[in-house]
Design a protein around this ligand. Structure first.
Ligand code: GLU
Length: 466
C-alpha cells in the first residue's frame, strides 16, 4: 500500500510552495488508493506556533487536501526518538558529544584557515575521545551524534531527478538529538517516515541535500528505504525565489483576494508537473493523471496572470448561488446593503462572465446595492433635452411591459426607432439614472434584475418636464 505524507514545519502560514508539494503527495496516495498522512514537524520550539498549525490545516482544508492519518506532532513523540536514538547508541552508530559551542566554532575556524570545508571532526567518537584522553566535562549536557560511515558513498534513486550519489567523506557526524532531547530534523524525519510506513517521500527540492544523511540513518537502523521524489522549487517570473513581490505566497490570502479553491488547486498542480498541454482539469482528472515521471526536473515559475485566467474560467462555470454566497459578505463589508437591492444571485449571473475574482465581482455588484447619485457632469452629458422625451416615453411603456429581458429590449428598441436615436443615446442616460454610472451590464438585463418597481422609482425624479 502506498503511503505518502506532508510534513510541514508550523513556522508561518501555508506557503504556496508547501501546498504544491502537499498536492503532489496527496494525489499520489489518492491515485494509488493509498494513505496520505499529515505530520506537523514542530521541533523548532522557537519558531513553531499553534496559530501556524491552524493556518496550515485551514489552508489544506480550503484546497480540499484531506488526510487519512494525523495530524501527528513530533513534539508528542519525543520518547520514541529517544528510544531509537538509544538503539543507535547501543549499536555504536551514535555517540554523545560534549563539544561546546566555542569549541566547535574554533574547530571550524581552523578548518577554514587551512582552506578545508568546515565539518565536525569526530573528536567525541568513543575511540577518538579515548585516544585523546577526553573525559565528559562535568555539568555539560551532551548532544547525540550519528556516526556517519567514513568510507564509500551513499546512493539513492530520486524518482524525479534520477540516481544521486554523494561520497560519505562529504558528510560529517550530524547531531540527531539536541541536549534537551529534541531530535533534529534529519533524525525525526527518518524515525517518523519509518514508523508511519511512508513508502514515498515526496517533498521540495530544498531537501535533496538532506536525503543522503537520511539514507545513512535508515541504513544504520537496518530499515527499508522509502522512495524519494523531490519536486522542483517554485520561482517568481523573474527567476528569483518566490516572495510577496510576485503575488500572495500564503494560500489563505487567495480566498481573501477572491480566488476559488479549485482554481488555485488546478494552478498549483501545474507548478512542476504536466499532462501534455492540459491547463485546466478537475481534481479527479489530476488524481487520475498524476505521476512522478511527469514531475519536472527544472524549476517552476509562478505566474499570477495564468492563475487569474484560471480563476476567471472557474468563476464563469461556477454555480451562481455559490458565487453569491461568497460575494455577499464582501459587498456588505464595503457598505452595500443586500436587502435594498435585487437578489444577488441574479446580479451574479449578469457579472460572472467578466469577473476575474470574487472581489472584482463584488465591486461590480456594488452598483446594485449602494445607491449612487450620478454626478452633475454625467447628468449634463447624458440627460440632454434631445433625449429626454424618448426616456419619458420609455418610462411610460415600462409601466405595462411584460417584465422580461427580451420584452424590455423590445421596448427600448421601439423608442429608439420612434425617436430616431441610436441605441447608446438612450442606454447611457438609463444607466446613469438607474445606477449612477455608465459602466453597467446591458440595460435590458439591468432593468430585468432591478425589477419594475425599482426602475420606475429610480427614473421618476428625472422625468419631470422643466
Ligand atoms: N518539515 C520540513 C519542511 O517543512 C519538511 C520535511 C520533509 O518533507 O521531509 O520543510
Amino acid at each position: 500500500m502506498i503511503r505518502t505524507r506532508f510534513a510541514p514545519s508550523p513556522t508561518g502560514y501555508l506557503h504556496v510552495g508547501g501546498a504544491r508539494t502537499a498536492l503532489f503527495s496527496w494525489a499520489y496516495a489518492r491515485k494509488h488508493g493509498g494513505k496520505f498522512v499529515l505530520r506537523i514537524e514542530d521541533t523548532d520550539l522557537e519558531r513553531s506556533t499553534e496559530a501556524s498549525v491552524n493556518a496550515i490545516i485551514e489552508g489544506m482544508k480550503w484546497l480540499g487536501l484531506d488526510w487519512d492519518e494525523g495530524p501527528f506532532r513530533q513534539m508528542q513523540r519525543l520518547a520514541r526518538y529517544r528510544e531509537v536514538a538509544e538503539q543507535l547508541l547501543a549499536a555504536d552508530k551514535a555517540y554523545w558529544c560534549y563539544a561546546s559551542k566555542d569549541e566547535l566554532e574554533q574547530m571550524r575556524e581552523q578548518q577554514r584557515a587551512r582552506g578545508a570545508k568546515p565539518r565536525y571532526d569526530g573528536r567525541w567518537r568513543p575511540e577518538n575521545a579515548k585516544a585523546a584522553g577526553l573525559k565528559p566535562p562535568a555539568g555539560v549536557k551532551p548532544v547525540l551524534r550519528f556516526r556517519n560511515p567514513d568510507a564509500g558513498a551513499v546512493t539513492f534513486i530520486d524518482l524525479v531527478k534520477g540516481p544521486i550519489t554523494v561520497a560519505n567523506a562529504e558528510l560529517d557526524d550530524l547531531v540527531i538529538l539536541r541536549a534537551d532531547g529534541v531530535p533534529t530534523y534529519n533524525f525525526g524525519v527518518v524515525v517518523d517516515d519509518l514508523d508511519m510506513g511512508i513508502t514515498h517521500v515526496i517533498r521540495g527540492d530544498d531537501h535533496v541535500n538532506n536525503t543522503p544523511r537520511q539514507v545513512n540513518i535508515f541504513q544504520a537502523l537496518d530499515a527499508p528505504l522509502p522512495q524519494f521524489a523531490h519536486a522542483p522549487m517554485i520561482l517568481g517570473a523573474d527567476g528569483e525565489r518566490l516572495s510577496k513581490r510576485h503575488g500572495a505566497v500564503s494560500v489563505m490570502q487567495y480566498p481573501e483576494d477572491g480566488y476559488l479553491p479549485e482554481a488555485l488547486f488546478n494552478y498549483l498542480a501545474r507548478l512542476g508537473w504536466s499532462h501534455g498541454d492540459a491547463e485546466k482539469f478537475t481534481r479527479e482528472q489530476f488524481v487520475e493523471w498524476f505521476d512522478l515521471a511527469h514531475v519536472s526536473k527544472s524549476t517552476a515559475q509562478f505566474d499570477m496572470a495564468k492563475l487569474a485566467w484560471l480563476n476567471h474560467d472557474y468563476i464563469k462555470q461556477a454555480d451562481p448561488a455559490r458565487l453569491a454566497e461568497l460575494a455577499g459578505p464582501r459587498i456588505e463589508r464595503d457598505g452595500g446593503r443586500l436587502a435594498d437591492g435585487p437578489a444577488l444571485v441574479e446580479v451574479v449571473k449578469l457579472l460572472k462572465d467578466r469577473a476575474t475574482t470574487l472581489e472584482h465581482m463584488a465591486e461590480a455588484a456594488m452598483m446594485f446595492y449602494r445607491h449612487m447619485e450620478p454626478s452633475k457632469a454625467l447628468i449634463a452629458e447624458h440627460l440632454t433635452p434631445e433625449v429626454m422625451p424618448a426616456v419619458r416615453e420609455l418610462a411610460s411603456s415600462l409601466e405595462r411591459v411584460e417584465w422580461q429581458r427580451l420584452k424590455l429590449n423590445e421596448a427600448v428598441k421601439a423608442v429608439v426607432a420612434k425617436f430616431g436615436h441610436k441605441m447608446p443615446r438612450i442606454a447611457m442616460p438609463l444607466r446613469v439614472m438607474l445606477l449612477g454610472q455608465t459602466q453597467t451590464p446591458s440595460i435590458d438585463a439591468v432593468m430585468e434584475v432591478l425589477g419594475r418597481e425599482a426602475v420606475l422609482a429610480r427614473l421618476q425624479p428625472y422625468l419631470a418636464e422643466s
